[in-house]
Write a protein that binds this ligand. Sequence first.
Ligand SMILES: NC(=O)c1ccc[n+]([C@@H]2O[C@H](COP(=O)([O-])OP(=O)(O)OC[C@H]3O[C@@H](n4cnc5c(N)ncnc54)[C@H](OP(=O)(O)O)[C@@H]3O)[C@@H](O)[C@H]2O)c1
Length: 500
Amino acid sequence: MVIFGATGDLTYRKLIPALYALYNQQMLPEKFRVLGIGRSAVSVIDFREKMILGIRKFSEEKHLDDQQIIEFSNCLSYFHMDFNDLGDYLKLKIALKELEECDDKCGNYLFYLSMPPDMFSIIAGNLGKVGLSSTDDGFRRLIVEKPFGYDLESGLELNRRLHEAFDESQIYRIDHYLGKETVQNLLVMRFANGIFEPLWNRNYVHHIEITSAESIGVESRGGYYDGSGALRDMLQNHLLQVVGLTAMEPPSSMDSDAIRNETLKVLQSLKPITEDEVSKHVIRGQYVASHVRGELQPGYREEKGVNPDSRTETFVAMKFFIDNWRWGGVPFYIRTGKRLPTRVTEVVVHFRPAPHTLFQQDDFAIPNNQLIIRIQPDEGILIKFGMKLPGAGFNVKSVNMDFHYSELSEVHLPSAYERLIYDAMVGDSTLYARADAVEAAWKFVAPIQNAWATNPEIKMYGYPAGTWGPENADDLIEEKDISWRYPCKNLADDGNYCEL
Ligand SMILES: NC(=O)c1ccc[n+]([C@@H]2O[C@H](COP(=O)([O-])OP(=O)(O)OC[C@H]3O[C@@H](n4cnc5c(N)ncnc54)[C@H](OP(=O)(O)O)[C@@H]3O)[C@@H](O)[C@H]2O)c1
């Protein structure tokens, strides 16, 4: 495995700990080697020491065995190069052969681009030019980190340039959301059980809500985030992929292309939100300063690396429809944001009410049944339904049936990167985004990006850090007695909802 960007944060925090976990479970090939590549000259010893620190700090393994960590670190090497210099790629080719101790026939290579996105096509192109994408000697696979472009045009351009050197079947676009156990479980829950699928359509589902909330702000990544925003950073990729898995038709098999064909059809069926409709169907916001439990939280524009006049959204909520037979007329609501009260990602399927209300409640409405798929944290599944309160009369109370993945304690829960790297090694691309799906997702968000960029009248709402985003997001859900699900209360002690 060749990691471009091995001196970076992702390699240290995620990739090497994930590889160590695979090693620990004996899921790596016997002759596995990692070649870390960076632009700075770092000795192999220093590189190994830093990676060992990363394992100790970030590994999710229950027991860390010092001896095993040292053994694993012995398969790490380092190579420094200029990513723009073709001559250095020829030297890399030789270094790889030496590392493998092979003559003519060499092993398989997995290239991981853990680099700033403007380097993706440069590196892929240069690998192609020196013959490192040719599959004559073994497999040559390319894992590409997000983001896959900034808009439809750059997404198409990136795909075009990657395809100049690598075939689509060799490209693995990583979406770490798809590596999460509960996201994969959506497939199993839907298609391995007889009870959910008959209800999974417009006849029984009232609406579907998908929330991805972060309690943290932009931390040290203000500069990066200010050029991205919630729509690009979360919604276009992760959340639309989750929509795809939630709404897809049953695939003909568990083959990766069969599954990805079905998620693609969902993305292609998203009813376009026209530029004129953006202000009605999409709400954007930015967090402003507030006190949370007495502690001052800075506003987004006060964060390091952020333009003090920034119009980048840290919150986005939208309503849309999927124009197909299964979902025609069923509203989908999705929202994501930073500095919300808690960290949670969940899919909530709201079922239609019973056709006739037998049990009248005097003081409150009987809530509809909900199926909640919690993607993070505390992965699990929750079903809400009405039960009779003991005693006289027929008073109905909404109760929970709750399953937590952590209760399967004897089972190892792989981290997203562990699962995805393993899949790329064995050639399973099911949980990786395909070019056509990425393009369909960009196509859907393009009118929103255009409207925001060209129409200054579309409002940007300020919301106090520690709250559930702009109050106006509630207006997306027009029906009486229905609102977003709030897994916990607002935390802000003060701060103003405002227009920015
Ligand atoms: N960090 C995360 O949690 C995370 C999560 C999801 C996705 N990603 C994606 O993963 C990729 C890597 O993230 P990261 O956080 O590891 O990034 P990073 O720490 O900024 O750097 C990654 C690597 O790129 C090198 N680099 C940076 N600018 C360069 C340039 N102009 N020319 C040549 N090399 C350059 C760095 O070298 P130096 O060390 O010499 O600067 C480092 O080796 C990005 O595409 C990011 O969007 C990251």
